[in-house]
Ligand binder design. Structure first.
Ligand code: SF4
Length: 217
């Protein structure tokens, strides 16, 4: 990436956007199940270090029981932990989700706010979660820099950084704004289907001709 001009990187990025849209033409969605903004916020907080499939199993019952910020805010932590245990790191997740709900009641009348600044001020909410909420609920474009986006964008030579926030800004520089949400969701799907962490399927990869890591990982 270091020797490549910004213009050249932008040209490659546009080709990657185009091909990933051909591969995944449907409107990009998250793999997490939800109905409301609060459901999605809780599901995303549960998904740290856990598969989306496991989170969906847990939230199937959880989201029927907890419908509002008040339902979470008044819950006993130990009782809540029991419901989310199988997602791992449940002490911290329970503490953060209940504190997040209490903050929603205190500062936002129980509603999930719609700005980056307000979202990242909630306990346990970082930029990745905030961008997911902004993109999926409020239609505000953003890059959700999860483990797949980090790995695949590095391999594609769209960033040389390791820090998710720096990667996010590198991608903002080369991807058109209206594509940010869709691009990050498609990169996640591409990472799951083809550009696997251990053994990427470069031979079957639709963007191998513009990938500097093709057949080298
Ligand atoms: S060519 Fe290989 S390393 Fe590059 S994006 Fe495709 S699967 Fe990943």
């Amino acid at each position: 990436m270091t020797d490549e001009s910004l213009d050249h990187r932008k040209t490659r990025a546009l080709r990657i956007v185009k091909h990933l849209k051909e591969k995944y033409p449907a409107d990009p969605k998250t793999a997490l199940d939800y109905e409301t903004a609060l459901d999605l916020l809780v599901a995303t907080m549960l998904s740290a270090q856990c598969t989306d499939a496991r989170v969906n199993i847990v939230t199937k019952e959880l989201l029927k029981k907890y419908r509002t910020a008040e339902d979470y805010a008044k819950e006993d932590i130990a009782a809540f932990e029991e419901h989310i245990k199988s997602t791992g790191f449940y002490h911290n997740k329970a503490k953060n989700i209940i504190a997040m709900a209490q903050a929603l009641l205190k500062d936002h009348e129980g509603e999930v706010p719609g700005t980056m600044e307000e979202l990242v001020n909630l306990p346990g909410v970082g930029r990745k979660t905030a961008n997911l909420i902004l993109g999926m609920i409020y239609g505000v474009p953003g890059i959700v820099c999860d483990t797949h986006v980090i790995r695949v964008s590095q391999r594609l030579g769209l960033t040389a950084h390791k820090d998710p926030e720096k990667i996010e800004y590198d991608l903002y520089e080369v991807i058109p704004q209206e594509e940010w949400t869709g691009f990050s969701n498609r990169l996640i799907m591409h990472g799951r289907d083809t550009c696997h962490a251990k053994k990427p399927d470069c031979a079957g990869c639709i963007v191998n001709y513009v990938c500097p890591s093709a057949f080298k990982v």
